[in-house]
Ligand binder design. Sequence first.
Ligand code: FE2
Length: 166
Amino acid sequence: MKSRYSYKETFESGQKVAWQVEDIIGGEKRLDFRRPFLPESLARVDSMDFLSAEEKLLLNQIRGYGYLYTFGLVEEFILPFDLDSARPHLSGDDYRTRALLRFAGEEAKHIQLFKQFAAEFQRGFGSTCNTIGPPEEIARAVLSHHRPTAHVSCATWEDADAFSPL
Ligand SMILES: [Fe+2]
């Protein structure tokens, strides 16, 4: 099967959308806890008539944090999976090498972004939201599985990541 894209095109497209974590969070860029963190289509709290408006806002933010944390958690195993997958292909085509390493670099950036959002949430929310983890142990467990299983898991999450509202 022939791809519609070349590594050169992929690498060059990646160059055009080079954003930095600092452009999004940190410094003066803070979470606004007066506002919901997820669109209603994802949070699905409006129909919960037993909650006050303030409780719906809190639940929206908790769900936002869960969404954020889950993506960050998954990135922890996508990055080593990407690197392991790239390793046999790091010679022979300079654009392929650069595109694969750039992709891994973007994943590392996503991990940092999710961690900074999580830290910001934990600082400002006022209550602890427990999560599964630690992420490194989950990554180790996922990557210990049969390689095609890990591949499907990584590919599924990367597709979801590409369409996330973050
Ligand atoms: Fe990612």
